[in-house]
Design a protein around this ligand. Structure first.
Ligand SMILES: *Cc1c(COP(=O)(O)O)cnc(C)c1O
Length: 388
């Protein structure tokens, strides 16, 4: 019932954080990044092929426990290719949470398909599986092993869960739903490198998954992304279509379909290799910080700090305050005060179904997401903050 005591919140955060301005999430480039980039420049291998590209792909597959990783130019491109590779085509619908970064919906649109927005739950901050099942039961019909939306007549081809701020969604239930309704499961794991569901790395649960290495993510390559899969055929196709679909030949230019130039330059992959060498340290440090927030802020009335579910291990990419429902009117005042105090804080994205270009897309009732949107505040989460 009680409202948030904002001066108390500020004073506890200041006590946890170093003196001065604290960014929401800044990269940590203190390992071999400079050495490997220098190596690219000195050797001349700065562009779209090179040994760091291959090495980064190997290390990513090893770290995530997946058979193959194909690195690409950014996470949005990775998602676009994932959807294409599972067969999403023009006029299909793709189920995605409304509470996600805009790239998830944009990737669907790049395929000529239509985002179909689904609701989120407080437990995981991701798709609400129970609600989704009930909704699909009502609005879909299965014909010849394909799922159709009875209201629009369009095929629903895929389901794209996203692991919000690195916290694993209730993926096991979503896998069952995907099977029940004949949907391809594509994981948007852009935020969840280093996050595990029942001991299995996120990205392993569908046919294919996407990672991002944007500057604000847990591991960065400046800009970059990756496609993850356990299917060797899909992996081969992924490499082919993201590298202009060129048939290997000593001197001739033969391309066997419309490919994409989505290659990650070697110079970016070099940064990625160095980053992965330190990922265990990143994860440990972020967990220390998250535990401090959880412990210390439990003394503040009127809010809670999001904590991973028992069966999951979060990378705690972005730490999250959840205001009690009665205190949502305080959100903007808290955001203003924290930012004024040099504690960089942000609300979650605007629900995608409220954006102009997506406002007419099909959707279920989205009360869960709408409420979460008013309750979430992200607070500083950089690796170095766990060191204090
Ligand atoms: C960052 C992000 C992406 C896109 O990645 P980019 O590398 O920025 O293109 C996609 N989905 C989610 C949920 C993200 O957070």
């Amino acid at each position: 019932m009680s409202k948030v005591n904002i001066p108390q919140l500020v004073s506890i955060l200041k006590d946890i954080l170093p003196i001065g301005f604290n960014a929401l999430h800044e990269p940590n480039l203190k390992g071999n990044e400079l050495k490997y980039v220098t190596d690219c420049i000195e050797s001349g291998w700065v562009s779209s092929v090179g040994s760091y590209v291959d090495l980064f792909e190997e290390k990513l597959a090893e770290f995530t426990g997946m058979k193959k990783a194909i690195v690409v130019v950014n996470g949005t491109a990775a998602l676009h290719m994932c959807l294409k590779l599972v067969g999403v085509i023009e006029n299909d619908e793709v189920l995605i949470p409304t509470l996600t970064f805009v790239a998830t919906a944009n990737a669907v649109t790049y395929c000529g398909a239509i985002p179909h927005f689904v609701d989120s739950e407080e437990e995981s901050l991701g798709i609400d599986p129970i609600k989704l099942d009930a909704y699909l039961e009502e609005i879909t019909i299965i014909r010849k092993n394909e799922c159709f939306n009875k209201l629009t007549g369009r095929r629903i081809k895929a389901l794209v869960p996203m692991h919000t701020f690195g916290h694993p969604v209730n993926i096991e239930l979503l896998v069952k739903i995907a099977e029940k309704y004949h949907l391809e499961l594509v994981e948007d794991a852009a935020e969840s490198l280093g996050s595990y569901y029942k001991g299995i790395h996120t990205g392993n649960f569908g046919k294919i998954a996407a990672l991002s290495f944007n500057g604000n993510k847990i591991v960065t390559t400046g800009g970059g992304g990756a496609i993850l899969t356990n299917d060797l055929e899909i992996a081969k196709m992924a490499k082919h279509i993201t590298t202009t679909a060129k048939i290997p030949h000593k001197w001739d230019f033969i391309h066997d379909c419309i490919g994409y130039n989505y290659r990650l330059p070697n110079i970016n992959a070099a940064i990625g290799v160095a980053q992965l060498e330190n990922i265990d340290y990143f994860l440990t440090s972020k967990r220390k910080l998250a535990n401090q927030y959880i412990d210390r802020l439990s003394n503040v009335q009127g809010l809670s700090v999001y904590k991973e579910q028992e069966f999951s291990e979060s990378n705690y990419w972005l730490n999250t305050i959840l205001l009690d429902i009665n205190n949502i009117y305080q959100r903007d005042e808290i955001l203003t005060e924290l930012n004024n105090q040099g504690i960089m804080s942000r609300p979650v994205w605007k629900s995608l179904h409220t954006l102009e270009m997506y406002k007419d897309c099909p959707r279920m009732s989205l009360e869960g997401a709408e409420l979460l949107e008013k309750r979430i505040i992200n607070i500083p989460s950089s690796v170095l903050l766990g060191e204090k």
